[in-house]
Design a protein around this ligand. Structure first.
Ligand SMILES: [Zn+2]
Ligand SMILES: [Zn+2]
Length: 330
């Protein structure tokens, strides 16, 4: 499914749910409650722990109970949990550096278990290191168990490698979007030529995430691809803006510091950007704090920025709820 396809009855009912419940709440309470239905497509189990020089976890990370409390503090009603791949030592994991998604994030079983304990509130993705021989089979196993997406794909591989194309085909087959962490020189190489994959896999929904994706809303960023958190004024015409405009199967995840930086660095550019891509931008948090509110929580700040910058309530609803419902079929 993609943004250009006609709206099915099921999608229509989902869309209505985002808006109707909002107006019921608006009638009974304030503006805060009216905007309460929020879907978060980007969180992790066992997030935020420390690691030693061999990338082994030291001490504790955020617990499942703390994660659930964090999501409820952000007033998120549905959350997609993204697993890490298997911990392996090979070039695609930068000899272990990228295990646990470059941290302590847990794998498929943990995410599925959390979703199982909170039906209707938590969902899970399916993941594996893409150049492991068994990766497609492992990912398909969890898709069959109800995973709603593939990812977070955060590995040192070419974006047009045969191994990644096998995952793109699985994503199309199961109508499950694939979420990719774009970071120049480290994860998913070749953002400049990624349009070839968007063209070759039109039935696959791709959700872009992270530094290089957001840096490239700025055309001038091409002059220094290593600058992962560019600041200041944006020159229109970046690759990300073009991919979002030209390809109905390309979406962008607003999560993390990279997404928040993009929202806030040049509000004159970003206000029309949110209008232009109102059917393509999807809220995610990807933060490892325990509070779920105030300036300690990137997700909370991103929700606040979306509400400040969206040109209408309708667009705000799309970014915080409806686009996720449609693309993830929640
Ligand atoms: Zn993440
Ligand atoms: Zn947070």
């Amino acid at each position: 499914m993609n943004a250009s396809q006609p709206v099915s009855r099921r999608d229509f009912l989902r869309k209505s749910a985002c808006a109707v419940v909002g107006s019921v709440l608006a009638a009974s309470g304030g503006a805060e409650e009216a905007s309460e239905l929020i879907i978060d497509i980007h969180q992790h189990c066992n997030y935020g722990g420390k690691r030693d020089a061999q990338y082994q976890q030291i001490g504790s990370a955020r617990t499942d109970e703390e994660l659930v409390a964090h999501q409820r503090a952000m007033k998120v009603s549905k959350t997609v949990m993204l697993p890490a791949g298997s911990p392996v030592i090979r070039p695609s994991t930068h000899t272990g550096f990228s295990n646990g998604l470059e941290g302590t994030c847990a794998g498929d079983e943990s995410c599925m278990a959390l979703a199982g304990a909170h039906p209707g509130e938590f969902y899970f993705g399916s993941n594996e290191v893409p150049d492991l021989e068994e990766a497609p089979a492992t990912i398909e196993k969890y898709l069959k168990k109800g995973a709603v997406c593939i990812g977070e794909q955060k590995f040192g591989v070419e974006c047009d490698s045969p191994q990644m194309e096998a995952l793109y085909r699985l994503a199309a087959e199961y109508q499950a979007p694939i979420l990719m962490h774009w970071q120049y020189g480290t994860y998913n190489y070749g953002f400049d030529r990624f349009y070839k994959m968007l063209e070759r896999h039109p039935r696959t929904n791709f959700v872009g995430h992270a530094q290089t994706l957001w840096a490239h809303i700025d055309k001038d960023c091409k002059d220094d691809p290593k600058n992962l958190y560019p600041r200041g004024k944006i020159t229109p015409g970046g690759w990300t803006d073009r991919y979002l405009s030209d390809y109905p199967n390309f979406f962008a995840d607003l999560s993390a510091d990279s997404g928040h930086n993009a929202l806030t660095r040049d509000t004159d550019f970003i206000r029309p950007f949110l209008v232009r891509h109102q059917d393509k931008l999807i809220f995610g948090s990807d933060c490892s704090d325990k509070s779920g509110h105030d300036m300690t929580c990137t997700g909370w700040m991103t929700i606040r920025s979306v509400r400040e910058l969206a040109a209408s309530n309708k667009i705000e609803r799309k970014l915080l709820c409806e686009n996720a419902r449609r693309v993830y079929r929640l």
